[in-house]
Write a protein that binds this ligand. Sequence first.
Ligand SMILES: *[C@@H]1O[C@H](CO)[C@@H](O)[C@H](O)[C@H]1NC(C)=O
Ligand SMILES: *[C@@H]1O[C@H](CO)[C@@H](O)[C@H](O)[C@H]1NC(C)=O
Ligand SMILES: *[C@@H]1O[C@H](CO)[C@@H](O)[C@H](O)[C@H]1NC(C)=O
Ligand SMILES: *[C@@H]1O[C@H](CO)[C@@H](O)[C@H](O)[C@H]1NC(C)=O
Ligand SMILES: *[C@@H]1O[C@H](CO)[C@@H](O)[C@H](O)[C@H]1NC(C)=O
Ligand SMILES: *[C@@H]1O[C@H](CO)[C@@H](O)[C@H](O)[C@H]1NC(C)=O
Ligand SMILES: *[C@@H]1O[C@H](CO)[C@@H](O)[C@H](O)[C@H]1NC(C)=O
Ligand SMILES: *[C@@H]1O[C@H](CO)[C@@H](O)[C@H](O)[C@H]1NC(C)=O
Ligand SMILES: *[C@@H]1O[C@H](CO)[C@@H](O)[C@H](O)[C@H]1NC(C)=O
Length: 562
Amino acid sequence: FSCRAELDLRPHGLGLFENSSAPRELRTFSLSPDPPRLAAPRLLEVGSERPVSCALDGLFPASEARVYLALGDQNLSPDVTLEGDAFVATATATASAEQEGARQLVCNVTLGGENRETRENVTIYSFPAPLLTLSEPSVSEGQMVTVTCAAGAQALVTLEGVPAAVPGQPAQLKLNATENDDRRSFFCDATLDVDGETLIKNRSAELRVLYAPRLDDSDCPRSWTWPEGPEQTLRCEARGNPEPSVHCARSDGGAVLALGLLGPVTRALSAANDQGEADLWDNPSWTSWPPCEPLQSCFPDGPRFEEPSCPSNWTWVEGSGRLFSCEVDGKPQPSVKCVGSGGATEGVLLPLAPPDPSPRAPRIPRVLAPGIYVCNATNRHGSVAKTVVVSAESPPEMDESTCPSHQTWLEGAEASALACAARGRPSPGVRCSREGIPWPEQQRVSREDAGTYHCVATNAHGTDSRTVTVGVEYRPVVAELAASPPGGVRPGGNFTLTCRAEAWPPAQISWRAPPGALNIGLSSNNSTLSVAGAMGSHGGEYECAATNAHGRHARRITVRVA
Ligand SMILES: *[C@@H]1O[C@H](CO)[C@@H](O)[C@H](O)[C@H]1NC(C)=O
Ligand SMILES: *[C@@H]1O[C@H](CO)[C@@H](O)[C@H](O)[C@H]1NC(C)=O
Ligand SMILES: *[C@@H]1O[C@H](CO)[C@@H](O)[C@H](O)[C@H]1NC(C)=O
Ligand SMILES: *[C@@H]1O[C@H](CO)[C@@H](O)[C@H](O)[C@H]1NC(C)=O
Ligand SMILES: *[C@@H]1O[C@H](CO)[C@@H](O)[C@H](O)[C@H]1NC(C)=O
Ligand SMILES: *[C@@H]1O[C@H](CO)[C@@H](O)[C@H](O)[C@H]1NC(C)=O
Ligand SMILES: *[C@@H]1O[C@H](CO)[C@@H](O)[C@H](O)[C@H]1NC(C)=O
Ligand SMILES: *[C@@H]1O[C@H](CO)[C@@H](O)[C@H](O)[C@H]1NC(C)=O
Ligand SMILES: *[C@@H]1O[C@H](CO)[C@@H](O)[C@H](O)[C@H]1NC(C)=O
């Protein structure tokens, strides 16, 4: 606002004098009566950073509001974002060790000479994680180890489930290190009550115990007794820290045993040592050895698998009635049993073809689980095992679900293959044809494609066939719309309109007559519209529309009443 004064001395022959005051500005402010909303953690750990925020709305002009956000006497210098008549001030509160204790977080908003303030109590605490120490991280067995866990003055520590006597005191445990303590993990936690809340921190430490190598019966048997023939892995393991290396040699300084490798078991390779404690085996990495020779000379009648009479691969064909044949040499005739090993076949007995000539017809299973089977041949000289991979195949098979017997096509659609597939392994090929002409014969479906097709599925194990009836549907076309009598009717005369449509499935016929045309008769399927005693209002345009699921088509005809 400004004020202006004038003094008009013109009537007295002088001028017009004027002067204005300096302008003064009126400002209006609005500050919500509510206090600002503070969001802050109740507890804050020394050294940690946490976000805090302060918000208030109902401010005008919000841009002039001044926000002060402080933790104790530390100004947090917040970032302020404005939105309409509201602001949000955010900052990161960092607690320092000097601030430990009960503090207040203050948010103060000033606008137009007034202010609003909110205060929240924040407890700043210090809680270092417990310190878990081993007197020695790595000791020899038989040595004493002291495990100590300590935490801050108010914290209560619990070591391996045993709490310290009072808060602030360390917990301790002593042990005489044994082999079983190697890699033992010690766990300690500390709890601290802060302002009614219990906080927990934990630590763990691992002990390493060094101990001399141990060989015992479970990891390195003193005596091995195996049937001759099948390949075996020779194992002898020792415990110890650091991990010992194991070396086996015959006491006569001769052969060395190759541990962990697959090798054949032969009598000739074994020998008792002078203590009679262990059977020792020669080195089975025998690429240049004739491995069967000692076996045959020692036990010529033990069971022996040969690939042609008991193959390691076999394919079962569903419905073929064939069984797996596994004949094994040996005297007396070894008994053979094949059992599934792993997965779905685990423990399943594989039916075997009886030897020729068969005393009775075998039972043929309807289903047989493919997978890995282990065949074990045994006679009184020993037992031999062999792995056999069984796969399953089947001839083609079609039914309503894979090759529906009724299929429908829409005229004009792109012709794709008939929906006809077959089950079987290997996956059968399917071909469909009508009177020798394969489907599809052209790019688009036409009405002529409707008919009966013959589909044949083929794979290496046979064929299956099905008959498929294909129907072709098409959009309606009003093929004929005619008036009788043609060319018009006299007042009082009769006329009929006939509408004929081509469509599949059949179309529904509906009519639109000129407005005001009354007493119109329709035949039961709407194909004929008839009027008896025509009046002037019956003259005009009639529309016949044919509709089915695929579309609608309409034609018009004009009736003159003269
Ligand atoms: C107008 O008024 C101010 C004080 O109100 C004065 O200082 C100034 O000289 C005046 N101007 C004239 C032209 O009289
Ligand atoms: C904050 O703490 C003081 C004293 O410790 C107490 O009087 C006050 O009520 C507390 N304020 C809030 C908001 O809890
Ligand atoms: C630790 O135990 C072993 C065997 O139990 C014992 O021989 C040894 O003396 C013990 N060590 C101490 C320091 O007690
Ligand atoms: C130990 O503390 C960590 C976090 O530091 C936590 O994830 C873990 O669950 C705690 N372990 C136990 C047993 O409480
Ligand atoms: C078994 O069959 C697989 C694949 O059919 C083939 O690779 C493998 O050589 C066969 N093994 C034998 C011993 O016939
Ligand atoms: C084979 O079967 C015999 C008798 O059932 C059994 O003693 C032997 O351990 C089996 N051998 C293998 C290698 O599975
Ligand atoms: C005949 O047409 C009427 C409307 O014009 C319709 O509601 C009716 O469903 C039609 N009837 C038949 C059999 O198409
Ligand atoms: C309607 O019915 C008549 C005889 O009742 C028949 O000739 C005509 O084909 C039918 N039209 C339609 C579209 O079904
Ligand atoms: C017109 O139709 C009505 C009712 O169907 C009939 O009685 C009458 O004889 C017809 N008139 C002519 C001129 O055919």
